[in-house]
Design a protein. Structure first.
Length: 110
């Protein structure tokens, strides 16, 4: 999969040619700026982690569910430079660029 930039993801979200597509698989390389973790409503022992991710073109939001948090916890820390692969859903008709990337995989950049 080809790496894309934060600004490219935002532009893809607005692309009318993708109207029949419900989500995109994307990979981005950059730095984790901020993290906020909260327990889920159904099970306070499981968590959601909201991540602000930045590259040289901009900032994008990501979300990580409990299974991936457990798998990638050490990589999903502030100031880590990583490659995140995930899904960007395009079903928010009014503001598709605000939908976060749902993290599927994380690799540390060396």
């Amino acid at each position: 999969m080809e790496l894309v930039k934060c600004n490219q993801i935002k532009e893809l979200s607005k692309n009318k040619l993708l109207d029949d597509v419900s989500y995109l698989e994307v990979s981005i390389c950059g730095t984790i700026n901020e993290i906020r973790q909260i327990p889920t409503k159904l099970n306070p022992n499981k968590f959601l982690r909201f991540i602000t991710f930045e590259d040289e073109t901009g900032v994008i939001d990501c979300v990580c569910f409990d299974k991936q948090i457990k798998k990638f916890d050490k990589l999903l820390q502030p100031n880590n430079k990583v490659i995140i692969t995930g899904e960007k859903f395009l079903d928010n008709e009014d503001y598709p660029e605000t939908t976060p990337i749902i993290i599927q995989n994380v690799k540390l950049v060396k």
